[in-house]
Design a protein around this ligand. Structure first.
Ligand code: GLN
Length: 448
């Protein structure tokens, strides 16, 4: 499946031997002791390769551990390897890189989604119980949808991002992928408890107790929002079928159900790509082949060049097409006055957010347009059209909401179906609690 970029056998074996030793002497440390996990290859692990699937970091070994690793190490978890992704997490199909694209274990004809494609494919193929990825514009929820697993993106700052290679620093977030909602809840609880080196870290206790897993939900307290502005072509057939049933299901249980339209729907990808590219343009400037970056070895060619030409030659060689495109977009928008236009849109979006969450506590939203399901439909490689497949996920990142992809079974052969549940900023605990309930109660064979 091309899911791994980096797997170090002796590193895994040492952790495993330590675990066996602990468990034999009955000194296991925690619930997570001995549980194995994988990391997207843009999250650092001390002395292991950290490449973000880019040529420019091909031989780079991280000198330190990410906060996440420190926490999980203390709890005795076993780290397996670094997973494949789009180069610097830029993409929606795990295909933007100089390596082979990740395949979807459910069905090789299906796209795997991205950029955390490796994280989700290793979970769905039962290699691992959970994986950690990153989510700047939907990178954990999209592949989770495509692989039929759960993908959780918390509010900004809920988990420490220290050790994650920055893409769009103001919207980047760690994301969790697993088949089990219970694992996601325990993990969120764990990761929200510690604070190390991320200045944006916010401690909003995600504090699960045993009774929270039993799935009782107080009736009428939650207003669910179902439906959305009709898409131009009928790209969301399964989503509408599924949420139609969900709305009745919830109504019968006494919850309030309503329909929303998002007025600025069409502009969301534009806003996202401007913000993320401007930030990426500045964040990636450090991969310039001087301090960090693969050293361009052709000395006869490079030594006599002026500094600027040297940098552009090396970056031209080291970075992929998509990354270069983002750098150009970022460069352009950091100079133009249209930034005012986008600021205005952002202000409007915040008003929309206020209004929405005054009326409802949760929003039910699609994750992916169904046309993007098949690999053969992804023919706009390197084109701007690809960016519109993110229109349902970038919303949560831009205005900082927490959201989760909930998958369901289908009768039709292995075609994934699911939806996102989105909740207000820092409402993560209730979102997770509510997701346990929906996942467990509504988990019938839906047959869309
Ligand atoms: N698909 C989006 C992009 O290409 C999101 C990527 C991400 O969340 N890391 O930027």
């Amino acid at each position: 499946m091309n899911a791994y970029l980096n797997f170090n056998f002796s590193f895994v074996r040492n952790q495993f031997v330590n675990f066996l030793f602990r468990s034999k002497s009955k000194r296991t440390i925690s619930l997570f002791d001995g549980i194995s996990y994988n990391l997207k290859n843009n999250i650092s692990t001390k002395n292991n390769f950290l490449t973000a699937n880019s040529k420019s970091l091909a031989y780079f070994k991280s000198p330190y551990d990410s906060d996440l690793n420190v926490i999980l190490k203390k709890k005795g978890s076993i780290l397996f390897g670094g997973l494949s992704m789009d180069e610097f997490a830029m993409g929606s199909y795990s295909k933007n890189s100089h390596k082979l694209p990740v395949k979807n274990p459910l069905n090789f004809n299906l796209a795997v989604g991205g950029s955390s494609g490796g994280s989700c494919s290793s979970v769905v193929s039962n290699q691992i119980l959970f994986s950690v990825g990153s989510d700047t514009g939907g990178s954990i929820r999209q592949p989770a949808y495509m692989c039929g697993i759960i993908g959780f993106k918390p509010s900004y700052g809920i988990f420490s991002r220290y050790g994650l290679i920055s893409f769009g620093s103001s919207i980047d977030q760690l994301g969790l992928a697993s088949k089990s909602i219970t694992i996601i809840c325990h993990l969120s609880h764990l990761l929200n408890k510690f604070n190390f080196k991320d200045y944006n870290y916010i401690k909003k206790t995600i504090n699960f107790k045993v009774k929270d897993f039993k799935g009782s939900l107080y009736k009428k307290k939650f207003g669910f929002l179902v439906g959305l502005k009709k898409s131009k072509s009928n790209l969301l057939v399964n989503y509408f079928k599924l949420t139609y049933r969900l709305s009745f299901f919830l109504k019968n249980l006494g919850h309030k159900v309503g329909v929303i339209k998002l007025p600025l729907d069409y502009f969301l990808p534009y806003i996202y790509y401007v913000i993320s590219s401007v930030e990426a343009f500045s964040n990636l400037s450090r991969f310039d082949n001087t301090k960090i970056g693969q050293f361009f070895t052709n000395k006869s060619k490079t030594l006599k060049l002026p500094f600027n030409s040297y940098i552009s030659l090396c970056r031209g060689y080291n970075l992929g097409l998509e990354v270069k495109k983002r750098i150009l977009i970022g460069n352009l928008f950091s100079y133009t006055t249209s930034i005012l236009f986008f600021t205005n849109l952002l202000l409007k979006l915040n008003l929309v957010k206020k209004d929405l969450f005054k009326r409802y506590e949760f929003l039910v939203y699609p994750t992916y347009e169904e046309i993007n399901l098949l690999n053969k439909n992804v023919k706009f490689k390197y084109s701007i059209n690809n960016y519109f497949s993110d229109r349902f996920t970038v919303f949560s990142n831009i205005i900082n909401l927490s959201s989760i992809n909930i998958p369901f079974k289908t009768v039709r052969n292995d075609t994934p179906v699911g939806f996102q549940i989105i909740s207000n900023t820092y409402n993560d605990f209730r979102l997770l609690k509510n997701s346990i309930y929906i996942k467990n109660m509504f988990n019938i064979n839906i047959g869309v």
